[in-house]
Design a protein around this ligand. Structure first.
Ligand code: 5GP
Ligand code: MN
Length: 332
């Protein structure tokens, strides 16, 4: 594990940086990118931020100057090859960058990974990966604090606050500690308005998003043992409502809010496969369940993507595995 001193040294000794994050970026992904960008800009570095997907509309307020670019191989592969340092945020498997993966495997630039997920792939030269952190945004906060004499600005504080707020489920998940609240307090002291951040992210959905949620809730079902609640979102649902893929973010949490439920699963039909989101309570380590399907994540929140599979067939298989998994965990 690399410490902040080494990362500082790598930043000081290089001048061109390429920042990226995972497919379907969330507020922790975008927020960490923007805060790190501000830090590097303050140090007069040249920085490109490029993601596999465009920024979801409810996170655009974190990037008012539209600095984050959507990946196009013909434009960005050269920049990837030419950048001295590549920083991967909120991911620790290179396949989480989907179409960008090939160019990252080719480049000889220094690869740094800053993340809070378990069981990383060893693709990077340096890593600061710590699952004790609430979010990657919190890691960026500590990194900035390690630059003695550097001022934490509003432009850094706003995206970090958004990252922490969303990855802790608005300050209610396990990693919500007194220390984290102290950091959040410092972010508010920089001028961050929590009402504004909440309203931007959770209070201004398009009509189509809420209509899609209606279809997802309509599909809500329980398995035989009534320990798993699951829902589906199909391409037809997207077409009927005019919603986009990013609109599905967060739906799975409704499954887990059913009394007595141990695991929530969302099956989301992609253009070319199925994305599955797992959520659990307590010691049911859904990252291990997701790993059976080549996915990963955190103990209580994980996911995977399966390609060239049919939604209903894969649902049966995953539900069977999930049921077995719960009983194996209970027996321990
Ligand atoms: P979500 O269900 O919200 O998309 O993802 C929850 C968590 O699961 C994410 O924070 C991420 O760590 C993990 N995750 C989601 N999809 C994948 C995937 O395809 N591969 C891996 N390795 N992890 C995933
Ligand atoms: Mn995160």
């Amino acid at each position: 594990m690399t410490d902040f001193e080494k990362i500082k040294e790598l930043i000081h000794n290089n001048s061109t940086f390429f920042i990226t994050t995972h497919v379907n970026p969330d507020a922790d992904a975008i927020g960490s990118e923007m805060a790190l960008f501000e830090l590097l800009k303050t140090l007069n570095k040249k920085v490109d931020i490029v993601n596999h997907n465009a920024t979801p509309y409810n996170l655009e307020f974190l990037d008012p100057s539209h600095l984050i670019q959507k990946y196009y191989p013909e434009i960005h592969d050269k920049i990837i090859l030419d950048s001295e340092v590549l920083i991967f945020l909120d991911l620790n498997y290179l396949n989480r960058t989907v179409k960008m993966e090939k160019a990252f495997r080719k480049t000889t630039g220094i690869k740094i990974c800053l993340d809070h997920h378990t069981e990383p792939e060893n693709f990077m030269d340096y890593q600061f990966i710590n699952t004790d952190y609430s979010s990657t945004g919190e890691i960026i906060f500590d990194l900035i604090k390690n630059f003695k004499g550097l001022k934490l600005t509003y432009e850094m504080a706003l995206p970090i606050y958004a990252a922490i707020m969303t990855d802790t489920g608005s300050f209610k998940y396990e990693r919500t500690t007194p220390e984290l609240h102290r950091k959040a307090a410092e972010l508010l002291e920089c001028g961050v308005n929590p009402t504004y951040v909440n309203d931007q992210i959770y209070g201004q959905y398009y009509f189509s998003h809420i209509k899609l949620l209606g279809f997802a809730l309509e599909s809500l079902s329980l398995n035989k043992t009534e320990e798993i609640a699951y829902m589906t979102v199909t391409r037809a649902d997207l077409n009927k409502t005019g919603a986009i893929e990013a609109d599905v973010d967060g739906f799975v949490n409704y499954c887990l809010s059913v009394k007595g439920i141990k695991m929530g699963i969302l099956f989301f039909e992609l253009k070319d496969g199925v994305k599955i989101s797992f959520r659990s309570k307590g010691n049911i380590a859904v990252n291990k369940l997701a790993a059976k399907f080549n996915g990963g994540g955190h103990i209580n929140a994980s996911g995977c993507r399966l390609f060239n599979v049919e939604l209903h067939k894969i649902m049966d298989e995953v539900l069977r595995e999930a049921d077995k998994f719960i009983h194996k965990t209970n027996d321990k």
